[in-house]
Design a protein around this ligand. Structure first.
Ligand code: ARG
Length: 606
């Protein structure tokens, strides 16, 4: 990442942040004002027996300031003004400061968090982020390869919106170029009626058009001529092109709807959108000497990153990095990269997006690396109209790995074809339906259908979002649909269970009863809840949606342990009952918020 945006801050309810600030004040007192923003290194305690948190600052700073670390730790503790937050800290080992939060402080922080925003402080308006996602190609049904771009992209948009950014989804459709020329020429030649064509018919036509052009040079010439007519915006070609686009996208939106994506038609920014912007890209790069002619083509060369020879044996990679980027072919045609360069110019220069996020297959890593570098060389990542004219947009490729079958190879049908996304999603719902039927036969048919959809789609999404981004993962129906373990169904079910306690509670419960954290399991739950805003801000920066999944799983498990140890409805006193109910409600609210940010539905019964 080119620039970190540390502008999303957690509210005052985060113990790590609050303790950190107090320790910084102490550091400034002990070591001088230049230490006021030294990292206080506050972490959850490694051993809970010694406290809730520890600060490891004295070791590093001791060395830097020429002070004995244990002595420095003692001076920090003496200067620390945090009696309202914690017990007097203890010093251990070479200079760890062990901190135990006072129950009253936890109660107050929880009360602070227990509002609609759940402690998440949104940014001021006006932080635009372009999120490149979905990116289907015309005349092809969405296949499993589009799953990740869709659901990771959607979750990224939801999380960024929650943090106060304004996400601008960009559906970078493959809707321009020779492939389209071939297809349109074929359907026009064959006088195929596009008004009644379905996507499967269109796919057949597409394959056939490809085959013909491969076998027959005349057909290829005709396709090229057709493309020229399309590029000249001739009415008949434009009409056919519109129709094939609509057939493709209408089917695409069916899958998007089933996945509950927030993406709509308004977010279509296909390759065709940039067609008038391609020549200016090439001209501008030539004019500035960034691009040059080579064997009739126009290319951008990159200065070698690391001229000294590399001893790691990864020469291949280095060679690839240095290979030039072709932006215009010798037949004058433009390329995928040219369009992406025009896209950066548009997103930064015209939209004013300060972050450009590309949720695209990891196999395109090299492509994006080169495109980003070339855009940087041209200064197209510099944001317009800002006071500091050097302010650069952040260009990020969120590279995801493949969805694999149990054989570890990219998932295919038995016939060796790409698995259609719609088939996969419908199978998920069918399988969930069978599970619901077995687990809860008493639900009405309508409820069963609702649960099956939420659980089936939720599980597919969760399995995908919770796996590490850049890595491949194995698609395993049984594991992803399990009700125990790190799955979407487990989290949905935990939510249902927490909510059912609330429904069983008597009428005289005080929903605003003061929190009352005493027992270790209550404290664990409280500390886990209080991590939410900071965790979310971190995900907003790094875009590691799997960290949000991990957090929610931790929360659900911590809640489980609490619920086993601490009776809620049968608590010793009404005050304690109400306090614990409020803790349950806050847990449910955080779970629901987090699941919503993953694009996973919650249910009241399942
Ligand atoms: N249509 C492309 C493909 O199927 C994905 C588009 C990704 N986005 C982009 N700006 N290049 O590979």
């Amino acid at each position: 990442m080119m620039q970190s945006h540390n502008d999303t801050t957690a509210k005052s309810g985060d113990p790590v942040a609050v303790l950190g600030q107090r320790i910084q004040q102490a550091l400034a007192q002990v070591l001088g004002p230049e230490y006021a923003d030294a990292d206080p290194l506050v972490r959850p305690a490694q051993n809970k027996a010694f406290g809730d948190f520890q600060s490891n600052a004295a070791m590093g700073l001791g060395k830097k300031a020429g002070r004995q670390p244990r002595q420095l730790a003692q001076e920090i503790v003496d200067a620390l003004d945090a009696g309202d937050l914690c017990e007097p800290p203890a010093i251990a080992g070479p200079g760890f400061i062990n901190i135990t939060i006072r129950p009253e402080a936890l109660n107050a922080m929880l009360a602070d968090m227990d509002q609609e925003h759940l402690g998440v402080e949104p940014l001021d308006r006006g932080h635009l982020v372009a999120v490149d996602m979905v990116g289907v190609n015309i005349a092809k049904a969405m296949h499993v390869g589009h799953l990740r771009s869709s659901i990771i992209g959607d979750s990224v948009c939801r999380i960024l919106a929650r943090l106060g950014y304004e996400p601008l989804p960009q559906n970078h459709l493959g809707d321009w170029g020779l492939q389209i020329g071939m297809l349109i020429d074929y359907v026009m030649q064959e006088q195929i009626d596009l008004d009644s064509l379905t996507l499967p018919d269109l796919e057949v036509a597409y394959r056939e058009s490809n085959r013909r052009c491969k076998e027959n040079p005349e057909a290829l010439e005709r396709a090229k001529a057709r493309l020229v007519l399309l590029q000249q915006e001739q009415p008949a070609e434009i009409d056919a092109w519109h129709k094939v686009t609509r057939i493709t996208l209408d089917a695409c939106y069916e899958a998007c709807d089933l996945m509950d994506l927030t993406l709509t038609r308004d977010h279509e920014r296909g390759e065709s959108f940039y067609r008038e912007r391609l020549k200016p890209v090439v001209d501008a790069l030539l004019e500035r000497g960034i691009a040059e002619e080579s064997e009739g083509a126009i290319i951008v060369r990159f200065p070698s990153e690391n001229p000294s020879s590399d001893a790691s044996g990864e020469d291949d990679e280095i060679d690839e990095e240095q290979s030039p980027l072709v932006i215009q072919k010798s037949d004058a045609g433009y390329l995928y990269a040219t369009t992406d360069l025009a896209g950066i110019r548009y997103r930064v220069g015209e939209l004013g997006a300060e972050r450009l996020i590309y949720v695209v297959d990891a196999r395109q890593r090299d492509h994006f690396k080169k495109v980003f570098t070339a855009a940087g060389m041209a200064g197209w990542d510099v944001l317009p109209g800002r006071d500091d004219s050097e302010r650069k947009a952040e260009l990020i490729h969120v590279a995801f790995g493949a969805v694999c079958g149990k054989d570890g190879k990219p998932l295919k049908t038995r016939e060796g074809e790409n698995v259609k996304l719609m088939d996969l999603l419908q199978e998920a719902v069918r399988r969930a339906q069978a599970i619901v039927q077995e687990k809860n036969p008493d639900l009405s048919d309508q409820e069963k259908a609702e649960v099956a959809r939420a659980v089936g789609i939720g599980c597919v999404k969760y399995a995908d979002l919770s796996s590490q981004l850049g890595k491949d993962y194995v698609f395993d129906w049984d594991r992803m649909l399990a009700f125990e373990g790190n799955t979407g169904a487990y989290l949905q079910n935990q939510y249902v269970r927490i909510r059912s306690i609330g429904r069983k509670a008597p009428d005289d419960v005080n929903p605003a009863a003061p929190f009352c954290i005493e027992k270790p399991h209550e404290k664990d739950l409280a500390l886990t809840l209080l991590r939410y805003p900071t965790m979310l801000a971190g995900v907003g920066r790094t875009l590691e949606v799997n960290k949000l999944c991990q957090y929610l799983f931790d929360l659900a498990q911590t809640y489980s342990a609490f619920y086993t140890e601490c009776p809620v409805l049968k608590a010793e006193s009404p005050a304690l009952r109400d306090a614990r109910l409020r803790l349950c409600n806050l847990t449910a609210a955080v779970l629901a918020d987090g699941l919503h940010l993953l694009g996973i539905r919650t249910l009241e019964r399942m």
